[in-house]
Design a protein around this ligand. Structure first.
Ligand code: SAM
Length: 267
């Protein structure tokens, strides 16, 4: 368990999946607002592939990626060093950031809000470290808005159980739609939010792909079995059926996200 009951447990496959994300693919809405020399904090940066693109955008500015599970960032840290970017990674918790007030020009977080049991407290801490007039960019899933067709029973079941697991871990699968209200509650102003979709597969197959299969095999499946929600035989069948479903090439899957920008008031 991490802070606030956050449960670690991303499999290598899940981290590999996140590592397909780039600033261009997942933070274009923020990239447009960034300028060289800015200082930026990326909280819950995961493997740091998005952070890398943000560091390129503000170069020679300073970027810090904060993670509870810092091991994921090793590869990107080496790449940033090779490129001469001022990008560093540190272990840290969104509820208690190791920075003084008004430290950064911009703050970013992607796919983190849904992991937080007390999102407004997290946003208040981000507000504290942002300078007056500074910008926050938030990208967040909203699994209740996902599109899938056809959606065979086994995929429906895996998705249902994945949401049940998220809720059990204190995570919120529908957090995207709530981001604006959290930003408002934490004191941010000029909030602009919109929903977007990410069509899968963007990388060599995700839904039903070898990577998605690995996540079910290594991460979700064992937890479903441990909790008595499924048998190992069912998990094996689902993985097999997913591979066949993807081979049919007819499925349409899109993940719903919310992208929000807001500012810390100056007055
Ligand atoms: C789904 S991953 C997203 C990673 C990355 N931002 C991306 O979009 O690819 C969520 C990350 O948030 C981190 N995280 C969760 N709770 C956190 C907290 N309280 N403080 C800092 N990081 C946190 C997790 O360790 C995990 O790596």
């Amino acid at each position: 368990m991490g802070p606030e009951g956050y449960t670690f447990g991303y499999s290598a496959a899940a981290v590999a999946l996140m590592a397909f994300r780039t600033a261009e693919s997942h933070a274009a809405f923020l990239l447009r607002e960034l300028k060289p020399q800015m200082s930026l904090l990326d909280v819950g940066c995961g493997p740091g592939t998005i952070t890398l693109g943000l560091a390129r955008a503000v170069h020679p500015g300073t970027v810090v990626g904060i993670e509870l599970d810092l091991e994921q960032t090793r590869h990107v840290a080496e790449q940033a060093h090779d490129e001469g970017l001022d990008l560093s990674f540190a272990r840290g918790d969104v509820y208690d950031l190791p920075y003084s007030d008004d430290s950064f020009d911009a703050v970013f977080l992607s796919a983190v809000v849904g992991n937080l049991r007390h999102p407004i407290d997290g946003f208040r801490e981000l507000y504290r470290v942002l300078r007056p007039g500074g910008l926050i960019g938030v990208k967040e899933f909203d699994h209740g808005g996902n599109l899938a067709f056809p959606e065979p029973e086994h995929i429906k079941r895996v998705n249902e159980l994945a949401n049940r697991l998220r809720l059990r871990n204190g995570h919120d699968p529908d957090s995207g739609r709530k981001v604006s209200s959290y930003l408002d509650a934490a004191g941010f102003a000029r909030i602009r939010a919109k929903a977007t979709f990410e069509n899968l597969p963007p990388a060599p197959g995700i839904q039903g792909s070898p990577l998605m299969e690995s996540i079910v095999r290594e991460e979700w499946g064992p937890k479903f079995v441990e909790l008595g929600w499924a048998t190992q035989q069912e998990i094996d069948q689902w993985i097999e059926q997913s591979a066949a479903h993807v081979r049919s090439g007819t499925e349409f899957t899109a993940l719903a996200w919310v992208e929000a920008l807001a500012f810390k008031p100056t007055g």
